[in-house]
Design a protein around this ligand. Structure first.
Ligand SMILES: [Fe+2]
Length: 446
């Protein structure tokens, strides 16, 4: 994982190679565990066949590193259009003449061999794509993001479990307050210095916020179940008009992958059906459901700025940290990241990842829906291409923060922004709630 102060080219080369290797190991783990017919099948119209992701990873790596950075000629120009995400929506991809699994693997492997040679020879400075190894870092993040996408495909896939991982560590016994106060004041949002930050995280800018209270931990299954059992899905008053219309039309009655068996709620998780664990953060809820829960609870979703201030602002120094716990890269004791576990850790886990405000699990476990639309920061400039973020800005996408158990440390930081449609439920998303501090009633100082 790249440190902001890692400038020595040999160390940087080694860090890049480690990240590329880690991503490829994970890709192999997600694609070698199923038969070829599972790789070429479409497990949900929302997802690509796994074999598409596999060759698309290699194709983007070839495009950005071998062609744009290295100046190489295209290896197989005829396949480029097949793996252009903007040319073919996911539902269309199974009908394309995609590379079969063996050829897709061979292609990605061949690209990687040439990339490692290029890395060895690269000065890693002197051009914007090269500075601090940016293009290499972007490609390592891209592969890890597709690995998360492929893990979602695994979750949607029917059939017996093929993935395994140990459960998260036991939750510490300390008693936490239900919510933490973030006092009023300015903080620095976004970044100018994070070397592998993407365009939408830039530039750093000052944001002034009134005081607010934020849930110490993400909303748990038990808390969410109280909303379900209180008739939350039958009461239009908790929902926005668009949310209610969607709820009715999609027939939503509980989080995705939940089912009721007599008096018990069960969930399906990577091919295993098990009782819903009460103390885990709720997962697989849409923005509409998160928003309705918050209203039912007498609260609201935090804005994106509120989320980031809670995660990064250190009142002692007045500066914004890279992560809630400080500037050092995520380690196993800080956060549930990198698919080390195939589920979120119980609420209250990872005391060593606590933010200065006292909130836990802001990074890792579940993506957290925020109240905010996906919009550019003041002074935004598209980089290195318009389609990375700019074409998605607007009110149709909501911002998610923090990263899930499926997100790799290289693709996760306090400034990282994810976005999706408010109806999406297959992603590894949950939420926490907030409320504005009412200075008049004295709760701000409580
Ligand atoms: Fe992609």
């Amino acid at each position: 994982m790249l440190n902001a102060d890692r400038t020595d080219p040999a160390t940087l080369r080694e860090a890049i190679a480690t990240e590329l290797l880690a991503a490829r190991d994970r890709t192999a783990g997600l694609t070698d565990c199923v038969e070829d017919h599972d790789l070429t099948a479409q497990h949900s119209p929302l997802m690509s066949p796994l074999v598409w992701d596999l060759a698309h990873i290699g194709n983007q790596e070839e495009l950005w590193l071998l062609r744009n950075v290295g100046g190489h000629d295209p290896m197989h120009p005829e396949i480029d259009p097949l793996y252009d995400a903007f040319e073919h929506p996911r539902a269309e991809r199974p009908s394309l003449p995609l590379l079969p699994p063996d050829e897709a693997r061979r292609y990605a492997h061949e690209v990687r061999g040439r990339v490692l040679d290029l890395l060895e020879a690269s000065p890693l400075e002197g051009a914007p794509l090269l500075d601090a190894g940016f293009a290499f870092g972007m490609i390592a993040q891209h592969e890890q993001q597709h690995d998360e996408t492929m893990l979602i495909t695994h979750q949607l896939r029917q059939g017996a479990a093929v993935l395994a991982a140990p459960p998260p560590p036991a939750v510490p016994a300390d008693r936490l307050p239900a919510e933490v106060l973030v006092p009023a004041g300015p903080f620095t949002m976004g970044t100018d210095t994070e070397p592998w930050a993407l365009d939408n995280e830039r530039p750093a800018h000052r944001v002034e916020l009134p005081a607010y209270w934020l849930d110490t931990v993400p909303v748990t299954n038990a808390a969410y179940l109280a909303f379900v059992e209180d008739g939350g899905y039958r009461e239009p008053r908790w929902w926005t008009p668009a949310g209610w219309e969607h709820r009715a039309q999609a027939g939503l009655t509980a989080p995705l992958f939940w089912s009721r068996d007599g008096g018990q709620w069960l969930r399906r998780r990577f091919g295993t059906v098990e009782p819903v664990p009460p103390d885990e953060p709720v997962l697989h809820v849409s923005w509409y459901e998160a928003d309705a829960y918050a209203r039912w609870a007498g609260r609201r979703l935090p804005t994106e700025a509120e989320w980031e201030k809670a995660a990064r602002f250190d009142p002692a120094s007045g500066r914004s940290r890279r992560y809630p716990w400080g500037d050092e890269p995520p380690a196993a004791e800080h956060a549930n990241l990198g698919q080390r576990h195939l589920q979120p850790a119980p609420a209250g886990s990872y005391p060593e990842g606590t933010a200065p405000c006292g909130a836990r699990q802001l990074i890792g476990d579940v993506w957290e829906w925020t109240a905010s639309d996906f919009l550019p920061y003041p002074g935004f400039a598209p980089w290195p291409y318009k389609e990375y973020s700019e074409v998605f800005f607007g009110p149709e996408y909501k911002v998610l923060r923090g990263g899930s158990f499926a997100v790799a440390p290289v693709a996760c930081r306090g400034t990282f922004r994810n976005w999706d449609y408010p109806v999406r439920r297959q992603i590894f998303a949950g939420f926490r709630t907030a409320r504005s501090a009412d200075a008049a009633s004295g709760t701000e100082g409580a």
